[in-house]
Design a protein. Sequence first.
Length: 315
Amino acid sequence: MKNRVQFQQGLSMAEFMERYGTEAKCETALVEQRWPSGFVCPCCRDTRHSRFERGGKRLWQCHRCRHQVSVTAGTIFENTKLPLTKWFLAMFFMTQSKNNISALSLKRHLGVSYDTAWLLRHKLMAVMGDAEAGRALDVRVEIDDAYLGGARAGKVGRGSENKVPFVAAVETTADGRPLFVRFDPMPFTHERIDAWASKTLAPTTHALSDGLPSFSVLANSVETHEAIVVGSGKQAAQHPKFRWVNTLISNFKTALSGTYHAFRFAKYAKRYFAEYAYRFNRRFDLRTIVVSLISDCARMLPHNESAIRLAETHR
């Protein structure tokens, strides 16, 4: 029997172009997501307004405070020099491709410079990270510790500057079918895992983890915590209690190695984790994931290039 999620028909390029193939269509879609119930002034929250064009740009003016705003102002699109059609195409490729798409591939698809493609991609990954940041897991949650990277030149072992420790958690149904995933970079200390659990795991959760000593603090945040000593190597990876968390860790690492020849794990890992989780957690309906991302972009505050290139601290 075919997997309905794996073999579902996503949004075709033809359908995408029909919906978002012009700047006007992209702007209309963005307006619908930013102000679904009609214009709301970002300064005074009044809804009375007028619309006009200036310099080819559509503007909204609040009747109360006279503030003028475009649909892109105050969002991740603010001050962009790219047309919205390029942004929307990037969203399409990043959500509809079977595997991750690199900045180099995005450069070729969009006809932009590599630096532009890299920045665009990382801005969209930051949006995904913001959307996933508040996701809480419940019911049955498989939890494991893992490392990303560490193969580049430099120190080796746990001290490698490019080796990122992270906690992987997969919410499943009571009978073990995967629903949602989180990958969060952090050191495996009692303090950090305790803080993560209190924010991420619902009080009704049944948490399953291996015997890592710092996972003992999970009991502070969940209804039940089952710690299982699984050994190491192949035996640990194949333990039936951790089927999905081990599968998704493996899938994530395979996707990275197949798409990105090199990137700075320690600096940008959080965004790559978020991109994977964003796609996985919305896999049940690939046809609407672009709309979800447009909506999340409309809610995301502006991030300039220096903010995007700044390292995200996880240690």
